[in-house]
Ligand binder design. Structure first.
Ligand code: COA
Length: 261
């Protein structure tokens, strides 16, 4: 376990359900929650994408339950939630990290391509929140939605993702207003450019990395650990009066424009 500013028992007794929890940013969040005492269920479409993270969490003496599901399929999500409750007894924290992304000009994007990303990111986030509601209500739980900064301005070749993440932010705000009465907190994190992620590898041509670094006020890419720390904070009692916030963790990047040049 890398050095953490948070105590190792920060989330002792909590159970987290993390979609897209096998890899990348959300995989890091799942591992960080486990390293700080939570039992963690991770989901993805394919079991093979979950097994390495399950092994990593267990090697760190955390508890991990891997369950394959597609967040677009509400019945499948309900089954994954039920299987997690069977396995760990409850769910306190939901992290919605499952996402789809690719670069495509709007005039070349098919309707199905646009809809596919909205289905994964936005409908998938709703599906998981809705299916977990009874558990979150019973346990005065919380939701963490992984968003982006793409839709704060206009980001070329990302109309599908920008629309989908704007929907995710709307879900964060709406559920805050509706579910606060049950003691449920709903927040989000909007990561900027994060190194060593599938998204950056596929979305950013290597020759543009230096130009993008110079455009970020803090002059470096984010690290997965930056997002993990923000997730730990938002899931911790230190954030017990914070709801409806999407925390931007981007080194100030979006304020300079979301493009590269
Ligand atoms: N450019 C343009 N359109 C694309 C595309 C691309 N790179 N990738 C997918 N699409 C379109 C497809 O053409 C299809 O539309 P069509 O039926 O009109 O042709 C539609 O999107 C659905 O594609 P499909 O591959 O059948 O969907 P899927 O559900 O299997 O997977 C993604 C969709 C987005 C998840 C897929 O691109 C993927 O697996 N990406 C990698 C994972 C990922 O994005 N992680 C997030 C990192 S930030």
């Amino acid at each position: 376990m890398s050095k953490s500013v948070f105590s190792a028992d920060l989330l002792e007794g909590k159970v987290a359900f993390v979609t897209g929890g096998g890899t990348g940013i959300t995989g890091g969040i799942a591992r960080a929650l486990a390293e700080h005492g939570a039992k963690v269920a991770i989901t993805s479409r394919k079991m093979e994408n979950l097994e390495p993270m399950k092994a990593e969490i267990e090697a760190g003496r955390g508890e991990c339950f891997a369950v394959a599901t597609d967040v677009r399929d509400f019945e499948g999500v309900e089954k994954a939630i039920a299987a997690t409750v069977d396995h760990f007894g409850k769910i306190d924290i939901v992290v919605n990290g499952a996402a789809g992304n690719f670069l495509c000009w709007s005039n070349e994007l098919s309707a199905n391509g646009f809809g596919t990303v909205v289905d994964i990111d936005t409908k998938g986030t709703f599906n998981v929140c809705r299916a977990a509601f009874e558990q979150l209500k019973e346990n005065k739980g919380q939701i963490l939605n992984i968003s982006a900064t793409l839709h704060y301005l206009g980001t070329p070749m990302q109309i599908h993702v920008a629309a989908a993440k704007a929907g995710v932010d709307a879900i964060t705000r709406n559920l805050t207003v509706e579910w606060g009465r049950y003691g449920i907190r709903v927040n989000g994190i909007a990561p900027g450019p994060i190194e060593d992620t599938e998204g950056m590898k596929r979305l950013l041509p290597p020759n543009l990395k230096e130009a993008l670094t110079q455009k970020i006020p803090l002059k470096r890419f984010g690290r997965i650990k930056d997002i993990e720390d923000s997730a730990l904070f938002l899931c911790s009692p230190a954030a017990s009066y914070i709801s409806g916030v999407t925390l931007v963790v981007d080194g100030g990047h979006w304020l300079t424009g979301t493009g590269i040049g």
